[in-house]
Design a protein around this ligand. Sequence first.
Ligand SMILES: [Zn+2]
Length: 410
Amino acid sequence: MSLKDLLDNSKDKSLSGQKWHMLRQSITKRLLSGGNSTIAELSTELQSSVPTVTKAVNELLTEGYVIDMGKITNSGGRRPSLYSINPTCAYFLGVEVGISSMSIGLQNIKNELVSVELGTSFILENTQKSLLKFCELINSFIEDSSVDKKLIVGVCINFSGRINSMEGFSYNYFFSENRPLNEIISEQLDLPVHLENDTRAMAFGEYCEGVVDDEQNIIFVNYSWGVAIGMITDGKLYYGKSGYSGEFGHSTIFNNDIMCQCGKLGCLETEISGWSLINQFKEAVKEGKQSKVTIDESSSTLQHTAIIAGAVNLEDTLCVDLVTQQSEKMGRYLSILLNIFNPDLLVIGGDFAQLGDYALLPIQSALKKYSLGLVNRDMKLKKSALGRRAGVIGACCVIKEKMLFPLINN
Ligand SMILES: [Zn+2]
């Protein structure tokens, strides 16, 4: 029996079988959502006798769903044992795909990352060959990990761009009209697959395991090659009707006649993004500005990180000037979101978060200048805590939530 079976309806249709399944299930749910417990606590909460609960817990111990954490130290008299869900009873796989690399991570049920590979070389192309290679890399990762595949509950894959998570379609990459992409990948991996927008997964990663404390209304900004936001409202990811929410970078803001990557003119990304930073840098150098950083002309992507590194590591004046100017502009346009959403917390993530105060201070100052004082006063601004791992950790958390939350709360 898998953890999912344990949390699902009983297959034993006899009354006694169903009753026993429900007790085992209630103990598991209680340990999953409420943390560690003693037999006495479980007995009181589940209104079942101590001997019955003991028998069920022993069974779950033998089957590997529960572990004995040892005796409680701070109670007088006979010290009871504390029980916990076994962290190795179920795993969740998270995958993030970029244009030239992919990252994979495996988390146990206690959200501990047990295996991770960041930045594995992979060229994302809209071909069947590229899709098969992608699945092959995931299968190899699973084989190389020490985890039994049967214990992996599901996989979440993050793509950039338009993702319809509900129907399993990716519109920017590996699009097929005939069949949802999650079904195709699921067949290759022999595991349930969920597709997620990369920024939304990063936002959820920060919410579950990153910089978020107890805030429930959060805007996460993925300030990288492109710009997008992930929103959490009342502790839940916000999708919008079809899952396309968060395309902040493609808001038409500037009258600059610069063509955006989406095909429209004057999007936010045309002046505030990694790719526009490269153009601004090249323009400045052409005008005669000096810099210690050189851009690799043969590589069309990801060179914005060289400029970011130039600011952080070399304190290169041109790099610092450009990223500061962009961040000040970013703060100005984020102030619109603050006025509309009044979040508890604004998180700056993505490649530009590596800039630290070079990005955060101009953003903060612009937010103060342009947003309403009352809205700004009760909002915190933080930098991503998970950095490059945000996407993979977020993907693991998303699939755990999708697979277990409906079962735990039914
Ligand atoms: Zn655009």
